[in-house]
Design a protein around this ligand. Structure first.
Ligand SMILES: *[C@@H]1O[C@H](CO)[C@@H](O)[C@H](O)[C@H]1NC(C)=O
Ligand SMILES: *[C@@H]1O[C@H](CO)[C@@H](O)[C@H](O)[C@H]1NC(C)=O
Ligand SMILES: *[C@@H]1O[C@H](CO)[C@@H](O)[C@H](O)[C@H]1NC(C)=O
Ligand SMILES: *[C@@H]1O[C@H](CO)[C@@H](O)[C@H](O)[C@H]1NC(C)=O
Ligand SMILES: *[C@@H]1O[C@H](CO)[C@@H](O)[C@H](O)[C@H]1NC(C)=O
Ligand SMILES: *[C@@H]1O[C@H](CO)[C@@H](O)[C@H](O)[C@H]1NC(C)=O
Length: 646
């Protein structure tokens, strides 16, 4: 219950987000009466791509509404999540019109990574991370009408009854929507007023989530009676009452079956009635007990406590239930296994909301686990947002294993396209895009994110490709989860030896330049289609050595994968790529460029002749390697021997 220090900032951010940017119009009537709108204060780094993906989610949402639906979600793998909901009393045409107005308005937020618009008739929201399971957050708000009812106390009492009914019924109704009305029983002659009420939850939350949200908005809306109108909204639900009929009579839903009151017809038969009544009473008591217990525990779920509205960068990861992840992967069945990485097995999972995710089982012992500040590391990683980095959606720390839930990439990893079943299918342009995108992702991790994250395991199988063959780096930050482990040289290390810089492999000296080295190897692999650690009997055919030899004799273009059409690329371009690869793999870490310099080099078209490139270490087993020490050269030889004997 003790608020974490971070939460103060969170709360301030909410206020800024919600109150600083909103526009409000509460006077007008009709579905397009704007209740609230706001933009996240964070901009996406690349708006062109984000905007394109956002547009396609809007198209998907509209298609779903066009199919007479009133609730829809759509997402793009690159990190765009969008949701729309219409009040069910709207006609399908009015629902579409409301959606279109919301889209037009939400575009005002231009480059913001999240935004929402709430009208009387519908709401639209998008974020750069998944918010579908959010039901309530700080920043929930209400809007009260400014005229008082003519019979204030009678009106307020009727509103109370109506809201209490909606609160009980709505979470139980399929689709979480209820519309009902109640006559005001007054004593004056002022006429016979009616109160109309509507409640609605988003469909991606649970019944319990809907109930929790309803309680929050109900508390808010209590400030409105006896005024004739009241509306309250939170991220997961909406509640409204009015004395004017804002939906037609035939849209009223009979909610009596969902109310708790025991059936009065059971009085007819004394004995049966007694039994039924007793059972109902017992059930009621049990329900109340469960409810009390739940509402007591719901107050201190630690991860969600820091959640804030819209400002997604500071949001904590989702805490998944083990049993949900287990059923999403059919109990981690071998059919769902996607592969095995350096840190554990990866499974494909389909969550209850039909979202496809990749679930990684971390191989980590119980004692290691105990020592970890797991939660804060996961939180850190889940706040890394970049289109060239795989999103960590959440985690599960409760089951027998540590589970990490990631966005899912249909196109699998780069190594499949370079050396595997889809070998040779990437054209030159795609290769250049992958080289640049990977550099951008790494540059973000090293220099732009507020904590420098060194990946330590860059390799072609850790670079995933999205639908447009844009690269997304996987597994970053995971090394932070594993305790400093000196023995990893012998085990984990061996698998990716071909990518590891000599100073890290031999002396354990870790810096950003370790990643730069591995990146350079990946660049050479992308250009040549040759594995860095090919098991070849001819040491001269070893990728790095071959690249260096060709570079020295100015025959770079012979390194290009033969299957590529020579009309597709220019010799100069190939030369640049090979030189950048070699520049990154120079044996002295200090001579390697930083990743942001690599991005600049890749984007500039000029010649690189002014830059001298020194030779890489692993090329040669001889001690003549001028920039490296004798000991590292001989250990490098050892490394090569290990590779070729595997
Ligand atoms: C209520 O608010 C509307 C719009 O803000 C305004 O036009 C109207 O005069 C107000 N009525 C009262 C009684 O304050
Ligand atoms: C976000 O972008 C908009 C327009 O593109 C700009 O006005 C605003 O200042 C930017 N906000 C931040 C925090 O960079
Ligand atoms: C998205 O759609 C809007 C409206 O159709 C258009 O003006 C805008 O240029 C599109 N944005 C991108 C990035 O395609
Ligand atoms: C936002 O969008 C609305 C509706 O499209 C428009 O009327 C309004 O001028 C826009 N506001 C800004 C600040 O661009
Ligand atoms: C109640 O409403 C009906 C129909 O609008 C009207 O005929 C009747 O006079 C009203 N009763 C009172 C007491 O105002
Ligand atoms: C419901 O009532 C409205 C007007 O009160 C009418 O236009 C609409 O056709 C009715 N819908 C149905 C399904 O009866």
């Amino acid at each position: 219950m003790q608020p974490k220090p971070a939460c103060k900032t969170c709360f301030l951010t909410i206020i800024v987000w919600w109150w600083g940017f909103q526009e409000r119009v509460s006077a007008a009537d009709g579905d397009l009466n704007l209740l609230n709108s706001g933009c996240s204060q964070y901009n996406v780094t690349n708006f062109r791509d984000f905007g394109r993906n956002l547009n396609s989610t809007f198209v998907e949402l509209r298609e779903q509404l066009n199919g007479n639906r009133y609730f829809a979600t759509a997402e793009e793998a690159s990190g765009v999540y969008a949701m729309v909901q219409c009040r069910n009393y709207l006609s399908p045409a009015d629902c579409l019109a409301c959606f279109d107005a919301a889209v037009a308005r939400i575009r005002n937020c231009s480059a913001a990574n999240g935004a929402r618009v709430i009208y009387d008739g519908c709401f639209l929201r998008y974020e750069s991370n998944n918010f579908y399971d959010q039901n309530t957050q700080e920043g929930h708000t209400m809007i009260c009408g400014n005229t008082s009812a003519s019979e204030p106390s009678a009106f307020a009492a009727t509103v109370q009854e109506l809201l209490a009914d909606l609160l009980v019924a709505t979470p139980k109704i399929n689709g979480y929507f209820a519309a009902t009305k109640k006559e005001v029983v007054g004593d004056g002659n002022a006429g016979n007023a009616t109160v109309y009420g509507v409640a609605q939850c988003i469909e991606t939350i649970t019944e319990r989530g809907c109930r929790d949200c309803m309680q929050v908005v109900n508390t808010d809306i209590q400030r409105c009676p006896p005024n004739t109108d009241g509306r309250a909204m939170d991220v997961g639900c909406f509640l409204r009452y009015s004395d004017s009929p804002f939906f037609s009579d035939n849209q009223t839903i009979d909610i009596t079956p969902f109310l708790r009151t025991p059936s009065s017809s059971s009085r007819r038969n004394g004995i049966i009635g007694g039994v039924v009544g007793g059972v109902a009473l017992l059930l009621l008591i049990i329900a109340l007990l469960v409810w009390f217990k739940r509402s007591a525990t719901s107050k201190d779920s630690p991860i969600r406590a820091g959640d804030i509205l819209g400002a997604t960068e500071l949001r904590g990861p989702i805490n998944y239930k083990y049993k949900d992840l287990s059923s999403a992967t059919k109990k981690f069945s071998p059919q769902n296994k996607l592969g095995e990485g350096g840190f554990g097995e990866v499974y494909k999972g389909v969550l209850k909301n039909q979202k496809i995710v990749a679930i990684k089982k971390l191989t980590i012992t119980q004692s290691q686990r105990a020592k970890l500040d797991y939660e804060s590391e996961v939180k850190l990683i889940s706040n890394v947002h970049h289109r060239n980095l795989i999103r960590l959606l959440g985690c599960c720390n409760k089951g027998p294993e540590l589970l990490l839930v990631y966005e899912y990439m249909k196109n699998s990893s780069l190594d499949k396209f370079l050396f595997g079943e889809r070998r040779g299918s990437l054209n030159w342009k795609q290769r250049c895009d992958i080289i640049l995108g990977t550099a951008r992702g790494l540059s973000y991790l090293h220099e732009e994110f507020h904590v420098c994250i060194i990946h330590r395991d860059i390799k072609s199988s850790n670079i995933l490709l999205d639908d447009d063959f844009q690269p997304k780096i996987a597994d970053f930050g995971l090394a932070r989860l594993l305790p400093q482990d000196k023995s990893h040289l012998s085990t984990k290390f061996a698998g990716t030896l071909g990518y590891t810089s000599p100073e890290y492999a031999i002396h354990g000296q870790l810096s950003e330049k370790t990643d730069v080295y591995s990146y350079g190897i990946v660049v050479l692999e992308i250009v040549s289609g040759q594995r860095s650690h090919d098991t070849t009997p001819d040491p001269d055919a070893f990728l790095l050595k071959r690249a260096w030899t060709l570079y020295q004799s100015n025959m770079h273009n012979q390194l290009v994968e033969e299957s590529l059409d020579p009309n597709e690329y220019e010799v100069e371009e190939v030369k640049r790529m090979v030189e950048i690869g070699l520049m990154c793999t120079q044996s002295a870490a200090a001579l390697r460029p930083s990743m942001s310099q690599v991005v600049v080099l890749l984007k500039s078209k000029g010649s690189m002749e002014s830059r001298a490139i020194t030779r890489p270490t692993i090329v040669d087993s001889a001690v003549e390697a001028s920039t490296s020490t004798a000991s590292s050269a001989s250990l490098a030889t050892l490394s090569i021997t290990q590779i070729s004997s595997r």
